[in-house]
Design a protein around this ligand. Structure first.
Ligand code: NAI
Ligand code: MG
Length: 357
């Protein structure tokens, strides 16, 4: 049956890289016979906000809920709209209302990409960060007491539910089990955060009983961050709460090269509501309008989308693999955008990738 994909380019370079993402997906669809149907939406961007006073129409949820996936560029135009308004008015609503509780980011050193860490080659860095995306430290529970007095006190509670913790751990263990190394690392801080993090550790241990073939360990998040930089070879799947995962999932891709290539997925694994696929980078106002943004993050996010939509279907797996091979070839041979030391445009790099799919 047809997979329906909502296309939201958003702001800035989101509008420049989206056509390249679609070009690669359409090439894969044509070659492998994938029944993909794309529908573009002209909201969830700052121009829409300037016209309507909100980022999205009131019925956005109903308009999108029937789609299998949202393919998302980037949102934000800080000169016109404050970032907390553009982000909370669009992307964060999708993540929460569509219960996309898994934020998945591959950390992979790709061929042809200069690594900021010394003496690393492709294959050395190849792991996933699995971030809990709906609860934990990012809660709305708290408040201010005794405002503007000497006793001024500010509280913000972290929220860990058994359902919320177990479902992210289950996803991470299953991902680890599906990979050759079958190794899971949990980020904790149970020495300092002595209530919620020991609970997290306890649930990891309980979940591990269901996956006897997965080798697992845990590190306090401070030393774990150091190990990302010093010995990234040791990781396979890293699972973390919302705050720790937020930090680790920026640090990981930074250790593996330019931000212009890092992809991400926000998953609703039950597939009852749409999942969202987007580059890690934002709208990059500093380079927008020049057609020089690197399209690889957008294209790679599209490959992740095929992988998820296919859910084991061989044709989709082939589409994913073909896009990844095309990306790798172009990263090595060029044409490359200026962030990678080249002189090619977004369109030239994207067209070269699509031609190899
Ligand atoms: P950014 O990711 O947009 O840019 C950071 C730096 O990386 C800039 O120098 C930019 O030129 C460069 N860069 C980013 N993507 C690139 C690409 N594909 N090719 C080459 N260079 C690239 O982050 P920044 O500047 O902090 O935020 C700009 C706007 O984007 C803000 O409004 C922010 O809120 C929004 N944003 C949105 C995100 C999203 O939609 N998920 C994520 C991050 C930021
Ligand atoms: Mg972040």
């Amino acid at each position: 049956s047809t997979h329906r994909i909502a296309v939201i380019a958003g702001d800035g370079i989101g509008k420049e890289v989206m056509p390249e993402g679609l070009r690669a997906l359409q090439a894969a669809a044509a070659r492998f016979g994938l029944p993909l149907e794309f529908t573009a939406f002209e909201w969830a961007n700052c121009d829409y906000y300037l016209q309507h006073g909100q980022m999205m129409p009131a019925d956005w949820f109903d308009q999108l809920k029937g789609f299998n996936a949202i393919y998302f560029g980037a949102v934000g135009w800080p000169d016109a709209v404050p970032d907390h308004i553009s982000l909370w008015g669009s992307l964060l609503k999708f993540r929460r209302e569509f219960d996309q509780y898994v934020n998945l980011r591959p950390v992979r050193l790709m061929p042809g990409v200069p690594c900021p860490l010394a003496n690393k080659k492709p294959g050395d860095i190849d792991f996933y960060v699995v971030r809990e995306n709906t609860e934990g430290e990012y809660s709305a529970v708290g408040g201010r007491l005794f405002e503007n007095t000497e006793r001024e006190t500010v509280l913000q509670e972290a929220v860990f539910t058994r359902k919320g913790v177990d479902r992210i751990l289950q996803f991470a263990f299953e991902l680890a089990q599906s990979r050759p190394k079958k190794h899971l690392t949990s980020a904790t801080k149970s020495n300092g955060i002595a209530i919620s993090m020991p609970y997290w550790d306890e649930r990891v241990k309980a979940m591990s009983a269901n996956y006897p073939d997965v080798r697992w360990d845990q590190y306090h998040v401070d030393i774990l961050a150091a190990r990302f930089v010093l010995s990234p070879e040791r990781f396979d799947v890293v699972v973390a709460s919302n705050l720790f995962g937020d930090i680790l999932s920026d640090l990981g891709p930074a250790c593996a090269g330019t931000i212009g290539i890092a992809p991400s997925a926000n998953l609703n694994p039950e597939r009852t509501l749409p999942s969202l696929f987007e580059p890690v980078h934002g709208s990059a106002p500093d380079i927008y309008g020049k057609n020089i943004a690197n399209p690889v993050a957008m294209i790679w996010s599209g490959a992740m989308m095929l992988d998820f939509l296919g859910n084991g279907d061989e044709r989709y797996a082939q589409g994913h693999d073909a896009i990844m091979r095309a990306i790798e070839t172009v990263l090595v041979q060029g044409p490359r955008t200026p962030d990678m030391g080249g002189t090619a445009s977004t369109t030239e790099m994207g067209t070269a990738i699509a031609a190899l799919v």
